[in-house]
Structures are given as C-alpha cells and as structure tokens.
Design a protein around this ligand. Structure first.
Ligand code: APR
Length: 272
C-alpha cells in the first residue's frame, strides 16, 4: 500500500460529503423561505446559458477577452463599420440558434409555475428562457433575434437574416436595420428597466444567477432588492462584487443548483 493513500482518499470523501450536505442544507433552507414567499424575482446573466454552450462575456473564455466591445457593440462601431458589426451578430445568432435551454432554464420555468408571483429579469439576448417556456420575462438588453431601425427605432418585421454586404433599410424612414439589443453607452428601454426596478423593490426573494454584476443598471437590482427587504440568493461559480450582500452564496453551476431547488420546493408544495 502506498503510504498516505488511505488518508488522502478519506480526506477527499470527507470534503465532498461535507460540501454536499452543506449545499443540501442551503437548498432546503432556501426552499423553506420560498414556500412562505409571495414574490420571487430572478435576474440572470450570461453564466445562465454557459451550460448550453453560449460563451459568457468575461472570465477565462469570455467574448470580451477575444473581441473588442467598442468595435462591435456600440453605436459608433455600427456607424463606422456596420458590415463588421452585422458579421459579428450573424455569427452570434447562428451560434445561439443551434443551442438548447439547459436544466437551469427549465428549472426557472418550473419555478414560475410554483410561485404565486414570479418575474424573470434577464440580461441575456439569446432567447433561451423563452424557448424553455418561461412567460413573465423582462429582457433588459433586448433580443438578438429581433431587428430595429438605427434611426427611428421602430421594430423591423422583415426576415431575420441580414446580408452584411447589403444591409436592408427601414420601410418608415430609410435608416439602416440593426439588431434589437442594447449596446454599450445606450439607454435601456425605460418601460422595461422601470418595471425591473419595481419588481426588485417588491421581491420577497431575489436570485442573482450567472451574472458578474458589474454592468449597470442591471447590477443595481440585487442591492435594491436586498435594501428593500428581500432575501438575496446569489448563484455563481465565482465571487462577484455583490456576493458580500447575499444571504446565500451558492457556488454552484446554475444548471445543477436550480433543478435541486425546484425538487426541494416541489417536496414542500405538493401534497404527499
Ligand atoms: N453557473 C453559474 N454562474 C456561471 C456559470 C454557471 N454555469 N458559468 C459562468 N458563470 C458566471 C461567471 O462566474 C460570471 O460571474 O457567470 C458570470 C458571467 O458574467 P459576464 O460574462 O460578465 O456576463 P453578464 O453578467 O451577463 O454580463 C452583463 O455585459 O457585455 C455585457 O451586454 C452584455 O448582458 C451582458 C452584460
């Protein structure tokens, strides 16, 4: 026998089982709180879709490590070189149209059916929450599958696929068609962000899932909910600037934690 091996093995199993029972307790504590909650709000970011194969923006393989945001996701970039901007969005649209919602997206859809009042606020433009079937969604940063006019802002119903060498123009004003997402330096839709503020203020429990919580105004929603009295749960594989505020810091993948939470909640709300 190799000296030290039994100790090593038993230490590893101790760590795993202690971690798992700690997580199990967190899951049941959060489910307990939710069973007595009236309003549940979930904020999601790019980490939510990571397990579906959509790259996040920051972190090791994040898009903003490989591409320059100011050349691809600003009005200046579009006015300067709309061809490159459309090539980038066509690439992302193609990527996103090939992926499926993951177990975390499905768990959020189930949460919606288990809670009396439920709102999902997402920074993601990938449409995966809708594909999963969640109904009550505030898309803070738009939806990559939609187009609008760069000048008059009117939505454009024309075919989604855009030829970057021949960008179509708006039927109302002749402006170029752009993707209906919020670029850096742009205002969010005031109706959508105001509703997100209101919902966050009224939340009894607020989940911040898979977001680095550094892009405003989205990043102000978890602190707002916490200040207004909500229990704040952060689900993120890494620490973020809002972690210290969270009542529960869940250092797990959303696709692993959220289904566990739903199962625990069902155990509390379903007869038998
Ligand atoms: N489960 C939970 N969290 C995860 C997972 C996972 N499986 N994978 C990654 N994460 C976490 C990372 O630790 C990181 O904190 O998800 C977060 C992703 O952060 P960002 O890439 O910064 O994405 P996001 O917070 O959505 O960015 C906000 O920035 O560029 C803009 O408009 C873009 O909406 C985006 C905004």
């Amino acid at each position: 026998m190799i000296p030290g091996l039994p100790t090593l093995v038993s230490n590893i199993s101790f760590v795993f089982s202690r971690g798992d029972s700690y997580l199990g307790r967190m899951v049941s504590d959060i489910a307990e709180i939710m069973a007595n909650c009236r309003r549940c709000v979930v904020l999601t970011g790019a980490g939510m879709s990571a397990e579906s194969g959509v790259p996040t923006f920051r972190g090791k393989d994040g898009l903003w490590r490989k591409f320059r945001a100011e050349e691809l996701a600003t009005m200046e970039a579009f006015l300067d070189n709309s061809k490159i901007v459309w090539e980038w969005y066509n690439w992302r649209r193609d990527l996103m149209s090939k992926v499926q919602p993951n177990s975390g997206h499905h768990a959020i859809r189930e949460l919606e059916t288990l809670c009396d009042n439920f709102v999902l606020i997402t920074q993601n433009v990938d449409n995966l929450h809708r594909v999963a079937g969640t109904q009550s969604i505030l898309e803070l940063h738009g939806n990559i599958h939609h187009n609008k006019c760069v000048d008059c802002n009117k939505p454009c119903e024309s075919s989604l696929s855009i030829d970057p060498d021949n960008i179509p123009t708006c039927e109302h004003c002749g402006g170029k068609i752009r993707p209906d997402v919020v670029w850096f330096g742009e205002m969010l839709d005031p109706v959508v962000i105001n509703q997100a503020f209101q919902e966050s203020e009224q939340a009894d429990i607020f989940f911040s899932v898979g977001t680095s919580a550094i892009i405003y105004p989205a990043a102000s929603l978890p602190p707002l909910a916490k200040r207004s009295g909500a229990t704040l749960v952060e689900v993120n594989v890494e620490e973020t600037p809002i972690s210290f505020l969270a009542d529960f810091q869940v250092r797990e993948k959303s696709g692993e934690f959220l289904p566990r939470l739903v199962a625990a909640l069902k155990g509390k709300t379903e007869p038998g």
